[in-house]
Design a binder for this molecule. Structure first.
Ligand SMILES: Cc1cc2nc3c(=O)[nH]c(=O)nc-3n(C[C@H](O)[C@H](O)[C@H](O)COP(=O)(O)OP(=O)(O)OC[C@H]3O[C@@H](n4cnc5c(N)ncnc54)[C@H](O)[C@@H]3O)c2cc1C
Length: 374
């Protein structure tokens, strides 16, 4: 396997690159990071008449938002009973409901979303007991969950979950913004973030407020967050269309360390096994590696039962929170906001957190954030 390959299965459409920023500018809010989080923040801000400059070190969707598993999952990254253990029933259930509302919005407005439900399959008896605990906790809190038994194995089913095409989604959002006159720039890395100013690509952006909507590499840009977040690589692969396998829903397996879904063309997109090689996966590197790829492939062959050739292998960076099960959503200094560290599950939670930050900036109130912060 080449160690320079980073070939994302979603990367199938030509994307006319946006310009990079080469001149000093001013705006109300500078948003750093044009993944789904940053774009949701921008969308909220411009809808409320705020003048925004958005920048990305690479390309729109070039981070995790355009290279993830495409799972749309209710709840924060921790399973509901684990979230309850850390936060209590009240807060964990409120957060779960917020994600359900965001999924309902997606179902209403996003044609790329397929609300198939998702399943968590137990790898052994201990994990089945954990599925039972999760089921009972969710039922107690009035959250939808069902028993599941099928070709994939035994476990539980979450009817509101689903899948979408993550890269296409962010690029459509960005294209609509750009065409609508919003100032967004690619290949414009931020080097310095301070109240009222961002230094990026040799230019200075003066602004009242900064939103750092960077998930992976957050502590690289903001070293003061080193004790709260830690970046890791997550890896995936995809196969050629496999007519021997039929999967109707995305699958979480081995406590979610392994995950896969079958794409509309029959290909299987699969990720995981980070826990088996954890020490090597921490850090800012994103290229796929042989040990993790071999582990994913072994699960593909033995557990999923697909023998189809591998067509794509890739990795991307995400940040984990080291001191809370929730993401980091905070104003870390006057006028500098951060949203990130979604613990590997950011498609829904990232959109919520980014919009919450944007709303706090527009309204001056943080009441709506109270369940998200310690
Ligand atoms: C392999 C993989 C599978 C995953 N699967 C799922 C899944 O199925 N479901 C789910 O919910 N979540 C999943 N996740 C997590 C999810 O993708 C992320 O949490 C989410 O996409 C984060 O979005 P974001 O916009 O905050 O960050 P990103 O998409 O990473 O965007 C951040 C952007 O910031 C830019 N940037 C970084 N530093 C700078 C800088 N200094 N200056 C300017 N720009 C900068 C980057 O270039 C990047 O484009 C997965 C992640 C990975 C890697």
């Amino acid at each position: 396997m080449s160690n320079t390959l980073n070939d994302v299965v979603w990367n199938e459409r030509a994307w006319p690159a946006l310009q990079s920023l080469h001149q000093n500018s001013t705006c109300d809010v500078c948003v750093i990071g044009l993944g789904a989080s940053g774009l949701h923040a921008i969308e909220y801000l411009v809808t409320h008449g705020v003048d925004v400059v958005g920048i990305d070190a690479g390309m729109v969707g070039g981070g995790a938002a355009g290279s993830n598993g495409g799972f749309i999952l209710a709840g924060i990254a921790a399973f509901h009973h684990d979230a309850v253990g850390a936060l209590g029933h009240d807060i964990a259930t409120r957060l779960y409901h917020e994600t359900l509302e965001e999924i309902a919005l997606l179902a209403q407005h996003e044609p790329l979303f397929r609300q198939s439900g998702s399943i968590r399959i137990a790898a052994d008896a201990d994990e089945y007991a954990d599925c039972v605990a999760q089921y009972e906790c969710m039922r107690r809190d009035g959250l939808a969950v069902e028993w599941y038994e099928g070709n994939e194995g035994k476990g539980i089913l979450f009817p509101h979950d689903g899948v979408f095409q993550p890269l296409l989604r962010v690029r459509r959002m960005a294209r609509a913004m750009h065409d609508g006159g919003v100032r967004i720039f690619e290949r414009t890395p931020a080097h310095v973030v301070a109240p009222g100013v961002v230094h990026a690509n040799g230019s200075i952006i003066r602004c009242r407020t900064v939103i750092v909507a960077v998930d992976g590499r957050l502590e690289q840009l903001l070293p003061s967050l080193q004790n709260q977040v830690r970046t890791t690589r997550l890896q995936m692969l995809a196969t050629a269309p496999d007519p021997q396998v039929t999967l109707t829903r995305p699958v979480y397996y081995r406590y979610g360390y392994d995950y896969w879904q079958q794409l509309p063309n029959g290909s299987i997109a699969m990720g995981g096994c980070r826990d088996l090689h954890e020490a090597a996966e921490w850090g800012f590197a994103v290229m796929p590696t042989q040990p993790v790829q071999q582990s994913i492939e072994a699960t593909l062959r033995t557990v999923v039962g697909s023998q189809a050739p591998i067509t794509h292998r890739w990795g991307a960076a995400v940040a984990y929170r080291t001191d809370d099960v929730r993401p980091l959503v905070a104003q870390i200094s006057p006028g500098v906001w951060v949203c990130g560290a979604y613990n590997g599950t950011g498609n829904i939670v990232g959109a919520i957190c980014a919009k919450h930050v944007a709303r706090a900036i527009v309204t001056g109130s943080t009441t709506h954030l109270r369940w998200w912060v310690a």
